[in-house]
Design a protein around this ligand. Sequence first.
Ligand code: NAD
Ligand code: UDP
Length: 312
Amino acid sequence: MKRVLITGAAGFLGSHLCDRFIKEGYHVIGMDNLLTGSKDNIEHLFPLENFEFYYHDVTKFVHVPGELDYILHFASPASPIDYLKMPIQTLKVGSLGCHNLLGLAKDKGARFLIASTSEVYGDPEVHPQKEDYWGHVNPIGPRGVYDEAKRFQEAMTMAYHEFHGVETRIVRIFNTYGPRMRLDDGRALPAFMSQALKGDNITVFGDGSQTRSFCYVDDLVDGIYRLLFSDYHLPVNIGNPSEITIREFAEEVVELTGSGSEITYNPLPKDDPKQRRPDISKAKAILDWEPKVDRKEGLKITLEYFKGKLVY
Ligand code: NAD
Ligand code: UDP
């Protein structure tokens, strides 16, 4: 049985990746320090023989006994309010954590995949964003702690590939949503859904003309799975190119929930990207991948999940 280590396993994406690898017949070792994740997300896996959980901070030396075939590094605060609250941990998990895990990959002869992000493009001046765009990031702005940690991770990953011959993969993930997001993680989708369900005002930041492109989690996981088993080591965008303004998105959530909530306009956070849409032609060509779940369908599934989580 092949063995895969997934860091950030108790988080939103990490837990879905654990499920996928278990389903595909792997032995999965989940690692997490529960900084922003929750054991609830992986509790259902605890009784399984082919699942192990290590409570560990990956910025400290990482030791895993036995062989490892694959390492997926997903540990990191990911929501803007999380990484603004924990700037040093965010920088450390992206740099020291990534270094530890690359060292482990080299030692074990494991293939390494890093969770990078559309944030490496910053507030992009090119639209849609293609992998060959170098980005427009403010290193000393509030989002710099996340964006630069991720850019460093990509550089470190490429260096281990070039200098140590480690097999590496880099996925640039665009906004993803679905069950197991935290209702209070401050990202637009959980914020809007919880506000709509409670009948509170919907807090759109700025005038809501900024855009995002939301990808359902199962589609993302499938793209990551395909990338890991491809032979392509350069970055690949995985996301849903269906772009929407945040104002329209808020309206969509209000309509879906049948809520009487009103939309209110609050100040736009500093360095908030004005537009974001992935160019996925590389993923299509190399991985034969494109998203299958449209936003209406994905939002309905996510809404049902949140309904079960909401404390009124
Ligand atoms: P999340 O906060 O739900 O999960 C992150 C997990 O990492 C949490 O369980 C947290 O406890 C864990 N963690 C943080 N620091 C750690 C440390 N030092 N040691 C061990 N565990 C640690 O976030 P998510 O949305 O699932 O994001 C997962 C990864 O995907 C992150 O690397 C993020 O940057 C990346 N990503 C996510 C998105 C998205 O839309 N969700 C977009 C781009 C990139
Ligand atoms: N946003 C908003 N209201 C909220 C939370 C976020 O209008 O309560 C906006 C935010 O300013 C950004 C967009 O929604 O323009 C997406 O924000 P999110 O935090 O989900 O992700 P990111 O900015 O990292 O793409």
